[in-house]
Design a binder for this molecule. Sequence first.
Ligand SMILES: NC(=O)c1ccc[n+]([C@@H]2O[C@H](COP(=O)([O-])OP(=O)(O)OC[C@H]3O[C@@H](n4cnc5c(N)ncnc54)[C@H](OP(=O)(O)O)[C@@H]3O)[C@@H](O)[C@H]2O)c1
Length: 333
Amino acid sequence: MTSSPSTAREVHIVRRPAGPLSTADFAIAEAALPDLAPGEFLIANRLLSIDPVRRMFFANGTAPLNAGLHSFSIGEVVESRHSDYAPGELVGHYKGLRDFAVGRGEETRKIVAGEYPLEWHMGPLGVGGFFAYVGLIEIARARPGESVLVSSAAGSVGSLAVQLARLIGCRTVATVGSADKQAWLADVAGVETVIDYKQADWRERLAAALPDGLDVYFDNVGGAQLDAALSLINPQGRVAVCGMVSAYDSATPFSERAGAWTWRMMTSQVGLRSYHVRDYQRLWPAFQRSVGGWLRRGAIRTETQVRDGLDATPQAFVDLIAGRSLGKTVVRL
Ligand SMILES: NC(=O)c1ccc[n+]([C@@H]2O[C@H](COP(=O)([O-])OP(=O)(O)OC[C@H]3O[C@@H](n4cnc5c(N)ncnc54)[C@H](OP(=O)(O)O)[C@@H]3O)[C@@H](O)[C@H]2O)c1
């Protein structure tokens, strides 16, 4: 068991990123750890989740400058004055990007790693995986035989969404930004058609891959790919809006073509829905059971990029946003 320290090391942003995210936007700082009050417990973080949406929070003011940053983490309780949390227990919480954190039990979930690697509770069995499951099954209601397009399909969320579509019996089309991701999706994840959206003719390739149109679009990126998907969507089609990663690292984040999309949606009864998994907690046990079973049997494949040490956090963010990471990115402490 880890011994209790008097200070924590935490990741800060020291300026608002204006262009592409840079390691110079970050610093590592020390912060005092107060003595535990009744109802508190000390967590030694083991895994920090590196999520692309933080890039937007760094720029738009949601994340404070020169202060501790929030992110999902999994850690071990090392000292406790809370009757429900005992030393040695693993907890998931949102006080990450630091090595030690004080918890009070709110927004905290106990984690039983069980038969799975702990990293999987950050990826396919974690919050991102749950967004994939809820978005594809509950929001888009993908059905066997339908065509499903998933963007950023080699990422943590996308790689699960596209494999769930395959398991449902859908025709799967995926977009990614590099040849290695293309190969992984085709050769390991069993996706039928994979398109590199950085190739000049990606729109033509997408249209050719969907000769009968698109029934479901699982949108991780927004922007030009949402535009292209909506140009192909069939009447009664569904779009699950999970995220907009193309906007996160951009100076001009949002497309100007909303008018054209709205017209198409209106005339074709297309449903486009954003969602948050907090409204679907009732599905969590079924999600854990189903996805856990598929992972165990090898029916779903998953990748984790592990970076070691808190000091690796800034580069992990830069690499994730730049598209250099396959699967889920975590920092291990
Ligand atoms: N993880 C979560 O807990 C969670 C929860 C709710 C919502 N979401 C949302 O779900 C989406 C996917 O999240 P994730 O955690 O799995 O991250 P992710 O898809 O791995 O995100 C990083 C990837 O985004 C792609 N990307 C970067 N810039 C792009 C651009 N301009 N256009 C298209 N793709 C670009 C890159 O892949 P390529 O090499 O393929 O370009 C990069 O590797 C995000 O929009 C996120 O906000 C995630």
